[in-house]
Design a protein around this ligand. Structure first.
Ligand code: ADP
Length: 245
């Protein structure tokens, strides 16, 4: 159903949030046994699971580079992730987002330590309600850390958008569809480096600056959640080891 207003008279959004509020989120680490690293994220209704394999020998061999590792990324939306069945074959959008996600992660990885290898990152969107690329990036960096791959920093990401001339953080699906603009941002929060910045729609320079500051706030919150999730897993392992020994 198309809402008549995306911002009500009290300044609240369709799901009751204030403009600067992100959705509640949950991050879990190491949920897939077969993968070298894995993570699951829920951001509102958006749900993504990420598996990481590697660094491992590159196949086909010709993709290998002599001086650094290669990241291969596949972003994919499950057929049941949206109300109308999505075709399982990779769409142009999925191919583009696979590249966007890879480029947001690569600066964080010490790829020069793994020449001639490949790191595979698979992001599977189980439910899509806005912000799937940013949720995939946030979960993927946790999965890379879970795989024991040395990172300069984690990467956390969120989208800021414009709906009814108001800047809002963490667009949901309806806001993404009917809003005036969407600006996904990914950062290495501790280092303060931006690894992804896209803008769809139009933002004035002032809106752009303000949007970026709003994204940064949300990214710092996600960063805390990422670190907590990683810590939780390793505390559980430490407990198992001490109980076993
Ligand atoms: P992101 O998920 O990163 O915001 P887009 O801006 O391309 O990426 O998509 C916004 C939202 O549009 C998605 O999160 C999803 O809710 C919806 N969407 C994307 N592709 C489809 C599709 N094939 N069918 C229905 N909804 C879709």
């Amino acid at each position: 159903m198309i809402p008549s207003k995306l911002i009500d008279e009290k300044g609240l959004r369709v799901d009751g949030r204030k403009p600067e509020d992100m959705r509640s989120y949950k991050i879990e680490v190491g949920i897939l046994k077969n993968a070298d690293g894995s993570a699951y994220i829920e951001l509102g209704n958006t749900k993504v699971i990420v598996a990481v394999y590697g660094p491992r020998e590159a196949h086909p061999k010709h993709i290998a580079l002599p001086d650094r590792g290669v990241v291969r990324c596949r972003y994919s939306m499950a057929s049941f992730s949206v109300a109308e069945r999505k075709s399982p074959s990779p769409s142009r959008r999925e191919i583009e987002l696979s590249k966007v996600i890879r480029e947001a992660l690569e600066p964080a990885i010490f790829l020069e330590e793994f020449p001639r290898t490949v790191i595979d990152v698979y992001a599977e969107v189980l439910e899509a309600d806005g912000g799937t690329r940013t949720a995939s990036i946030t979960a993927a960096s946790v999965a890379l850390a879970d795989a024991g791959i040395p990172l300069r920093d984690l990467v956390a990401a969120i989208a800021v958008g414009k709906v009814e001339n108001t800047l809002v953080v963490d667009l949901n699906g309806i806001e993404d569809q009917y809003g005036e603009g969407d600006m996904p941002v990914a950062m290495m929060p501790k280092l303060g480096y931006i690894t992804l910045l896209q803008a769809d729609g139009s933002f004035t320079p002032e809106e752009f600056e303000r949007g970026l500051a709003m994204a940064r706030q949300a990214i710092y919150r996600l960063y805390e959640g990422q670190k907590k999730a990683l810590r939780r897993k390793y505390l559980e392992i430490a407990k198992e080891v001490s109980e076993g020994g």
